[in-house]
Design a protein around this ligand. Sequence first.
Ligand SMILES: Nc1nc2c(ncn2[C@@H]2O[C@H](COP(=O)(O)OP(=O)(O)O)[C@@H](O)[C@H]2O)c(=O)[nH]1
Ligand SMILES: [Mg+2]
Length: 290
Amino acid sequence: MVNIQWYPGHMEKARRDMQDSLKAVDMIIEVRDARIPLASANPMLDQMAKDKPRLIVLSKADLADPDETEKWIKRLSGDNAMVLALDMQHDKSARKQVIDAAGKLTEARRNRMIARGIRPRAMRAMACGIPNSGKSTLINRIAGKNTAKTADKPGVTRSLTWIHADKTLDLLDTPGVLWPKFDDQKTGQYLAVTGAINEDILNLKEIAVFAADTVRSHYPQTLKDEYGIEEDTPSEKYLEMIAQKRRLLKENGIPDEERAAVVFLHELRRGALGRITLERCDEEAEDLQQ
Ligand SMILES: Nc1nc2c(ncn2[C@@H]2O[C@H](COP(=O)(O)OP(=O)(O)O)[C@@H](O)[C@H]2O)c(=O)[nH]1
Ligand SMILES: [Mg+2]
């Protein structure tokens, strides 16, 4: 259904660039969307950065259901992984939370340096994630106002630009972009709903109906209150009802389902329907953890 054009050559280059950059960092900061914590993950990262400490930032937490986010934090945390859920646009403590977590994740590494008689340097991190996950927002947040870009680091082969976040943490200023896993239809649909995939290649009406179905199954009252959609309303009726409710009519008075799809997705994405998590922790199999 979701027919996404992607270019193996382009992706292979992105993968190689990422692999190169990974050699230069002590840890990675993986940005995912709190509304779809698995669908917005990057399948290649696990192989490429298996042994690096990882901070998973669930971005857009302000748009996600806090109860679900709690579950996801527990589920995704691990020995070598910490999880933070952040509203990166408004959370004043976002920068400190990330720097503190990075400090904890790299503590062992720093201690090893000290044990070997090396004065510990700032740890190096790279923000990675799929397009639109919030990497640039995070980097801007952490970089703060008065941070200067530092010169290339010794021992780093490629010419990389670093942002000196604070005395304990340097950030690679080029975010690592990799693509999500498209081979699973549900993943593609979730990504389309949140706006992570370019809209002109999608059938918006289908995406909107999928989104409404998902919202209804977890937040039935929301669709009832907003659009009068009941729990037994057939899905073929959704867009017509949304069009009626929002007065989206064509000249002849017929409900404009195309516009209803656009309006509905817009309302959902900007949080007008409340805080909604699309991908549910309890519904995803254990072995999906990544
Ligand atoms: N509501 C909300 N929006 C966010 C948050 N973080 C990023 N965004 C928005 O998500 C979009 C993509 O962010 P961006 O940093 O450009 O993603 P990138 O493509 O990974 O660099 C932008 O419109 C941001 O304003 C967040 O925590 N909450
Ligand atoms: Mg960006």
